[in-house]
Every structure is written in C-alpha cells, then in structure tokens.
Design a protein around this ligand. Sequence first.
Ligand SMILES: [Zn+2]
Length: 256
Amino acid sequence: MSISKTEGIVLRYTNLGEADKILTILTRNNGKIKAIAKGCRKPKSSLLSSSEVFVFSEFILYKGTNFYHISQAVTRETFYNIRKDLLRLSYATYFAELAEAVSDEGIPGERLFLLLAKTLYYLSTEEIPMGILSLGYRLKLMDISGYRPNIVRCAVCRKSSEAYTRFSIDLGGVICSNCSADENGRKTGEVFTISQGTAEAIKFLLNTEISRLNTKKIDNTIFNEIERITRSFIQNHLGKRFKSLDFLDSMKDLNS
Ligand SMILES: [Zn+2]
C-alpha cells in the first residue's frame, strides 16, 4: 500500500453514500487526484473541514484500486471570506474549474498549485480587485499550461517591429500589419483588435507577482479588451466552455 503526504486544495466534490465524499483535489506533488474522504460529512469527523471546497490542507493519502483514500488531513487555510460573498464564491468556482481543466492525474504541477493557492488567498483577503485577479489568474494559468500569449513578436513572421493592433486567437499572439493584410493562405483565424495599452497590460499581468497586481491602474477599455481576448483564447485552446463562467457572468449582471 503506497502512502503519500501532500498539500492540496479541494476543487470540487460529489457526495457518496450516507456520509462520504469523493473529492477532486489539486495536490502540490501528485497533480490532480480523486480521493475518498470517508465519514467526512459527519459533524464530528476529523475530515469535515478539509473536505470542503477550496480548503487548503495537508493530506495523508493511500492509493486504492480506483481512488486515493484520505487517512488524515490537517486544514491549513479555509479561505473563509470566499464563502461569505456569492460573487467571490463564483470567482473561486471558476478558478477551480480552470485549474481542473488544465491539470492531470499523477503529473506534478507545483506552479499551478501555487498559482491557485495564492489566487484564492488574495480573493479571500480582498486586497486585489476580483476582476484584475481573474485576468491575472487566467493569463498565468495559460502560461503555465504552455499557452503563453505572445505579445512581443508577430505570430506569423516572427518579426518584432511595430506597435501591434491585432491579436490572433488561433495563433496565440499578435500579428503585424503585413501579416494581417496577407491573405496567401495563412490562417490567422479569429482576430481581435488590441491597443498598445492592452498589450502592455497583458505583459504586466503575466510578469507581475499576484501580490502586486494592484500596483498598476488598468482602465475599463483595456480591462474589457483583455477580458474578451482571454475568454476567447481559453475557450479556443482548452476546447471547453466553462459553466462556472456563465454563472459568474449572471452574478456580475446582478451586482451591476
Ligand atoms: Zn508578421
């Protein structure tokens, strides 16, 4: 029987039987795993808090035939504030769904784990505005997953020459005026206009620590451009529509 110890964050769960849950956990050492938390829905269970969604714990696991089993868990951080506000909770659900989509079982992904942990931390402390946090998280997550948006060189001719005005979703980067005008069979796919300010802000969001994402003012026009580009970019490259994003949109409508 193989036993392992790892930090992990619960991404979601399904109830099992009378008192158990099957947890989907993003771990620091083992990638994404499914683990059974036996008896965790009983009020006196030692796994009660660690089996809640978004809670960060240290787990001791053993591997069964189909699932991991949790033998012990010590809660490190509950990110309690996230649960007090439905909009904050909707963002967390979206962040967790994205992390689940890009992680794999058994493939360690420490950078992704730390990104999610820090993002949930700043979502709960309210130090970084939720919208900015969301853009930073999306871009950093895509970067970690091998889809870093290229805003330095033209995605077609690879020259770095000018202020770019177009971003190709399929090619994952900016394209120069020559290449956008060139219809010789090159497939640029869906193209968004991108202003200089937006390109600079994307660079900032990619290269700046989460804790410092509130050190640059991003105005509404730029914010909306990045929102549209990252949304389409993620849907295109991950090939998936996120239900939690639709819910988040409806929450934002209610709050506006
Ligand atoms: Zn070009």
